[in-house]
Design a binder for this molecule. Structure first.
Ligand code: ADP
Ligand code: MG
Length: 441
């Protein structure tokens, strides 16, 4: 296997060495997104970069493709240091990134136009790519006239038409519905296994563990805050792979464990949980109180009785891994549950919550929220101190922006408001832009 990672010249197709990346954030400290990232991509390999959302996967792909320089470290393609858009590399985006005013064929041809190819040759190649990827008959359609699955096929054809050596894919299936995604995965794997795509290797980013096990030869498990490769898992199951196969399940389980293990996030992790940032600067994930309560109920009930294996729980609760992690970690932050070795376990309070009626649940949630979520406590304190018991949302959002990006600040403040509304601590009025105490004494 290792021999295959080397190309004829002895260097891997892609090599990433000691890459760091940070985004500058006004006067606030730089946000470190990638730290000491090392990886290689060899000939004939399909490799997954598996990490949670916000862990820096897209940032890393942008750096590898040369769309953006790393803050530190070295990226080489075929032994050549990347400096600007890398030759022989094509990218497929999660959002498809098609031009709405161009037809399917024109979208595919676009990459060739940039190469200065003659129109007749361009057309011939684009038609061949369209054909290969199963878009026959849709050449003159516009993106908005075709389904998401078809749009992503256009994204693939546009990447393949330039005959890249390396295909980078950034969560290419995650915007599609379940069935469409699976069809496209299977089609792509068939093309790859039959050697019909003019490429030498694929590096794909995903947050979906099963997708990584289904498609890839190697999985690089990526940690968050900062992002770095913390484990490498080889998948040696024969293709086509069967999701129900016990070996497949065992691998998925193993990776779940690695992604939730303490190692996955020990670096720069706040002592209260796995979320980035400290105190009121902690970035809170988008999780509804319905999801939280539902998860506590699933855990408390049959067949888990308070402790569940995460993959099983995900299946039962119909949640994606990423969604489950965020909800599980929120429960951990609020001391309703604890994560340990790929299991989620209710605390005594979590058990009690499950047994309570609606009003008692709200009261308990309120207590845990203001005790364990520093931002909730902070907002409550500010509101308590004001005679009007009101304060503009902007006041808190600006404060958060000293600690995190604008997007993260917006998500964080919205979430804490949703949680506080459920716990009847404070509420937000969209029209006035004011947060106010729910039940001022
Ligand atoms: P992923 O693809 O794993 O979800 P990203 O690479 O998109 O992660 O983002 C990693 C982190 O960097 C996130 O916290 C995100 O908010 C931040 N980030 C991404 N792009 C920018 C940018 N252009 N400026 C500032 N912060 C950014
Ligand atoms: Mg991304």
């Amino acid at each position: 296997m290792d021999a295959a990672i080397q190309t004829a010249e002895g260097s891997p197709l892609v090599s990433v060495e000691a890459v760091d990346h940070f985004y500058r954030k006004g006067s606030a400290p730089n946000v470190v997104v990638l730290q000491d990232v090392n990886l290689t991509l060899g000939d004939h390999e399909v490799v997954a970069l598996l990490g949670r959302s916000g862990s820096g996967k897209s940032t890393l792909l942008r750096i590898i493709s040369g769309l953006m320089p790393a803050s530190k470290g070295l990226v080489e393609i075929n032994g050549q240091a990347v400096n600007g858009p890398a030759k022989g590399v094509a990218m497929v985006f999660q959002s498809f990134a098609l031009f709405p005013w161009l037809t399917v064929l024109q979208n595919v041809e676009l990459g060739l136009e940039a190469q200065g190819m003659a129109p007749a040759e361009r057309r011939k190649r684009a038609l061949a790519a369209v054909d290969l990827i199963g878009l026959d008959g849709f050449e003159s359609a516009y993106p908005k006239e075709i389904s998401g699955g078809m749009q992503q096929r256009v994204g693939l054809a546009r990447a393949l038409v330039v005959q890249p050596q390396i295909l980078l894919m950034d969560e290419p299936f995650s915007a599609l519905d379940v069935l469409t995604a699976e069809t496209l995965r299977t089609d792509l794997l068939d093309l790859w296994c039959e050697g019909r795509m003019p490429i030498r290797a694929i590096l794909m980013v995903t947050h979906n563990i099963e997708e990584a096990v289904l498609m890839c030869d190697r999985i690089l498990v990526f940690s968050s805050n900062p992002g770095r490769v913390i484990a490498e898992v080889k998948v040696e199951l024969p293709r086509p792979r069967n999701r129900q196969d016990p070996e497949f399940r065992a691998l998925v389980d193993d990776i779940y464990g690695r992604m939730t293990s303490k190692v996955a996030g020990t670096l720069a992790q706040s002592k209260d949980g796995l979320f980035p940032g400290m105190g009121i600067g902690m970035i809170l994930p988008r999780v509804s109180t319905n999801t939280l309560a539902g998860l506590i109920e699933s855990l408390a009930g049959h067949p888990f009785d308070g402790r569940a294996d995460l993959p099983l729980l995900a299946e039962r609760a119909h949640m994606e891994a990423d969604e489950l992690f965020q909800a599980a970690e929120t429960l951990q932050l609020m001391r309703f549950a604890e994560l340990a070795e790929g299991d989620l376990k209710l605390t005594v309070d979590g058990q009690r919550f499950a047994d309570l009626g609606i009003d008692d649940r709200k009261a308990m949630f309120r207590h845990h929220l203001v005790t364990f979520v520093p931002l909730a406590a902070h907002i409550k304190l500010v509101l308590d101190e004001r005679p009007s018991h009101k304060a503009p949302l902007l006041r808190f959002r600006d404060e958060l922006e000293d600690h995190m990006s604008e997007d993260a600040a917006e998500t964080t403040i919205r979430n804490v408001i949703n949680w506080a509304r459920y716990g009847e601590v404070f509420a937000y009025n969209e029209a006035s832009g004011l947060i106010s105490l729910e039940n001022p004494a």
